[in-house]
Design a protein around this ligand. Structure first.
Ligand SMILES: *Cc1c(COP(=O)(O)O)cnc(C)c1O
Length: 395
C-alpha cells in the first residue's frame, strides 16, 4: 500500500526525506492541478471561475476533506490564511466565551508563534489577560477558575511529545475553561478524533503532513455547539452572511463559514486539493502503525551507532507523534553534513536534530540509509568540517 502512496510524490531518487514535518514533498498531481487552475480556470474563465469552477466554495470543500482526518463532522472545518492567524481567531473566540476569566494557559514546549499570537491578542484586548506557561507534564494542575483558555499544541514541534487531548479537554471543561488545540504536527501524522475528545477549537497547517506546499493555507475547526456562539474577531467579508450584498454592517455567517476572512488563495488551494487525494481510502491507524515501526527502527539504529546522540523524544512511541529528535551539541553542523549526503532532516535550536517519519513516502530502506549515514558522519566526525559551520537563515 505504501508503495502506491510513495509513487504519488515527486521525490528525487537520491534523497531520504525526513522533513515532511516541516514541508511535505510535491505530489505529482499537484502540477497538473495547478496548471488547470492557472490555464483553464484563471486563464480562460477569469472572474467567472468563482462560480464556474466553484472557487468560492473551495475553502469549505477542502475543510470537508480534512475533517475526516481529524475526527471532525462535515461543516466544522474551513481552510484559509495561515496557522498563526487561525490560532488568533480560535483563541479570540475562546476568550470571548469566558469574559470573566483572565488566564490563557499554555506550556513551555509550545511553538513560539502560538505564544506570540496569545501575547499580541492579550495586549490588543487590553483587559489584563495573561499568558501563563506551565511544564507540559503538569499542565492539568494549572487549569483553575481563572483559566479562560487552554492553548496547546497536541504534538510538540521540537520533541514530538504528545498531549492527551481527551483528558486535558475533559479537565479543562470541568473547570470551566475552553480548549484550543494546535494540530500542526498531528493532522496527517496520526489519528485524531476531535469529536470523541469533545475538543472546542482546533487549527492546523496543511504544508507539513498534508503536503499542500510551501505557504499552503491553514485550517480551523469549531465544535458544532460553538459555531453560532463563536465571535469572529477578524470579521472580513468572506465571513459575512451575505458578502455580495455589500452590507455596511457585519453579520457573521452561520456555522464555520464565519471563520473565513478574505479572498481565498485559490492557486495554493488547488494544490492542496490535489495533495489530499492520497488520503482517499487510507486509514490513519495504518499510517500510524507504520510510522511507529519506522521511528522505532530509527531510534534503535541511531542509539546503537552513536552513543553521544541523546534521544530527546519520549522513548515510548505511544507518547510521541511521528517525529523523533536527538540532542547533540553540534547538532547544526551535524545536520548540514547529513543533508550534504542526501539525508534531509532539520535542526531546532539550541541542540535538536529532528527527523520526521511520514510513511506515505518514507520506507524502511530509507530508515536504514539514514541510520548508516548518521553512523558514518558520527564515526568520521564529518560535522567538524568547516563548510558545515555557517548557519543559514532557515535551519
Ligand atoms: C508549523 C507550526 C506553526 C506555523 O504557523 P504558520 O502561521 O503556518 O507559519 C504554528 N504552530 C505550530 C505548533 C507549528 O508547528
Amino acid at each position: 500500500m505504501f508503495d502506491t502512496t510513495r509513487r504519488f510524490f515527486d521525490l528525487p531518487e537520491d534523497i531520504v526525506y525526513l522533513d515532511g514535518n516541516s514541508l511535505g514533498p510535491l505530489p505529482h498531481s499537484a502540477k497538473a492541478r495547478m496548471k488547470a487552475a492557472m490555464g483553464d480556470e484563471w486563464g480562460l474563465q477569469l472572474i467567472r471561475a468563482w462560480n464556474m469552477s466553484e472557487w468560492v466554495s473551495l475553502p469549505d470543500r477542502l475543510g470537508d476533506r480534512i475533517a475526516p482526518l481529524i475526527g471532525a463532522p462535515p461543516g466544522s472545518v474551513v481552510v484559509g490564511d495561515t496557522l498563526s492567524i487561525k490560532v488568533f481567531q480560535a483563541l479570540a473566540a475562546a476568550l470571548a466565551m469566558k469574559p470573566d476569566r483572565r488566564k490563557i494557559l499554555s506550556d513551555t514546549g509550545n511553538f513560539p508563534s502560538d505564544l506570540y499570537i496569545a501575547q499580541g491578542l492579550a495586549r490588543l484586548i487590553g483587559k489584563g489577560h495573561q499568558l501563563v506557561l506551565e511544564k507540559p507534564e503538569t499542565i492539568e494542575d494549572a487549569i483553575d477558575e481563572d483559566t479562560a483558555a487552554v492553548l496547546l499544541t497536541h504534538v510538540d514541534y521540537a520533541t514530538g511529545r504528545m498531549h492527551d487531548i481527551e483528558k486535558i479537554t475533559r479537565i479543562a471543561q470541568e473547570r470551566g475553561a475552553v480548549t484550543v488545540w494546535d494540530l500542526a504536527h498531528s493532522a496527517g501524522a496520526l489519528p485524531v478524533d476531535l469529536t470523541a475528545c469533545n475538543a472546542d477549537f482546533a487549527a492546523g497547517c496543511t504544508y507539513k503532513y498534508l503536503n499542500g506546499g510551501p505557504g499552503a493555507p491553514a485550517f480551523i475547526y469549531v465544535a458544532p455547539q460553538w459555531q453560532e456562539i463563536a465571535e469572529p474577531a477578524l470579521s472580513g467579508w468572506f465571513g459575512h452572511m451575505a458578502p455580495f450584498e455589500f452590507d455596511q454592517k457585519y453579520r457573521a455567517a452561520p456555522g464555520i463559514q464565519r471563520m473565513r476572512i478574505g479572498t481565498p488563495a485559490i492557486l495554493q488551494m488547488a494544490v492542496l486539493d490535489a495533495a489530499l487525494d492520497v488520503w482517499d481510502g487510507l486509514s490513519m491507524e495504518t499510517v500510524r502503525d507504520r510510522s511507529i515501526e519506522l521511528s522505532e527502527a530509527f531510534v534503535s539504529g541511531v542509539e546503537a551507532a552513536c552513543p553521544e546522540l541523546k534521544l530527546a523524544s519520549p522513548r515510548n512511541p505511544e507518547m510521541r507523534g511521528s517525529q523523533v529528535s536527538f540532542r547533540f551539541e553540534q547538532g547544526y553542523p551535524f545536520m548540514q553534513a547529513l543533508i550534504a549526503k542526501g539525508v534531509i532532516g532539520d535542526f531546532r535550536a539550541p541542540d535538536l536534530m529532528r527527523f520526521g517519519f511520514a510513511p506515505l513516502y518514507v520506507s524502511m530502506s530509507d530508515v536504514e540509509t539514514a541510520v548508516d549515514t548518521i553512523a558514518a558522519v558520527y564515526r568520521d566526525e564529518e560535522w567538524k568540517e568547516v563548510q558545515y559551520q555557517n548557519r543559514s537563515a532557515v535551519t
